[in-house]
Design a protein around this ligand. Structure first.
Ligand SMILES: NC(=O)c1ccc[n+]([C@@H]2O[C@H](COP(=O)([O-])OP(=O)(O)OC[C@H]3O[C@@H](n4cnc5c(N)ncnc54)[C@H](OP(=O)(O)O)[C@@H]3O)[C@@H](O)[C@H]2O)c1
Length: 244
């Protein structure tokens, strides 16, 4: 087992059924973290993580949640706390990137993007931060995107929602820092083996000349979660795309 200071903690990882979520889920298992793995439509992937966690001797659950539903975050936290105990580590990693030209973004698409990419992470953090602060330990790690810095290639509804996570982290981090709780943002780009990687993505535009790997995102996430002096930071992982 890898010693990260997170061993024995309880984590809630949303979007565990996606490419980055699966890789991060496996790192949490390797670190001995008791984890709730959420999914929207891909139950098998979250189930695989639960199976692997149980094989490693850990408690774990898979929970279905549509995070576009405003009631879902509170219900999710209640389910996880009931099953696994108070949440020490929150990783709102679920994300929705529907590629669209700015001229064609309608209200429904705008609202869906903000609901999943920004509102749900906020509501999850709002639900868990008081308990973390009371217990004197907590980690919140939002998943943003290079698009939050550059505008990106998905669309304005996605870039703006992801950029909101940066402000959210800065606001929240200062409120809970003295209580041993950190709030940070990991902003990846062009990660292969994910359903999010846009078909239009061109690896030759990346200074490193290749796409990133989900495992590379997971490794950085674990380093950020394991570091109690790091808070209110946005760290990009984008093969040198920004700044350049
Ligand atoms: N891949 C990239 O290049 C890239 C770049 C920048 C940022 N990101 C960010 O990285 C995070 C992880 O994405 P990924 O790359 O692993 O992509 P992915 O493979 O498409 O995974 C997305 C995850 O989000 C979940 N999700 C989507 N809509 C949801 C909803 N309404 N309610 C609950 N969960 C929902 C999916 O659940 P189901 O699969 O079960 O439906 C899946 O687990 C996202 O926040 C994404 O914006 C990724």
């Amino acid at each position: 087992m890898q010693e990260t200071g997170l061993t024995g903690r309880v984590a809630l990882l949303t979007g565990a059924s996606g490419g980055i979520g699966m890789a991060l889920g496996r790192r949490l298992i390797a670190a001995g973290v008791t984890t709730a793995f959420t999914y929207a439509s891909h139950a098998d992937e979250a189930g695989t993580l639960v199976k692997e966690a149980k094989e490693a001797g850990l408690s774990a659950i898979a929970v279905q949640a549509d995070l576009a539903d405003p009631a879902a975050p509170a219900a999710l936290v209640e389910t996880v706390v009931g099953a696994l105990g108070p949440i020490d580590v929150l990783i709102p990693n679920a994300g929705l990137g529907e590629p669209c030209h700015y001229a064609d973004v309608d209200l429904a698409m705008w609202d869906r993007s903000f609901a999943v990419n920004l509102r749900a992470p906020f509501l999850l953090a709002q639900a868990v931060l008081p308990g973390m602060a009371e217990r004197g330990f907590g980690r919140v790690l939002f998943t943003s995107s290079l698009a939050a810095f550059t505008g990106g290639i998905v669309g304005p509804h996605y870039a703006a929602a992801k950029a909101g996570l940066h402000a959210l982290a800065h606001h929240l981090a200062s409120r809970v820092a003295a209580a041993g709780v950190t709030v940070n943002v990991l902003a990846p780009a062009m990660i292969e083996d994910t359903r999010m990687l846009p078909p239009a993505a061109d690896r030759s535009l990346l200074p490193v000349g290749r796409f990133g790997r989900p495992e590379e995102v997971a490794d950085l996430a674990m380093a950020m979660l394991g570091n109690g002096y790091l808070t209110s930071q946005v760290i990009g992982l984008d093969g040198g795309a920004y700044p350049r």
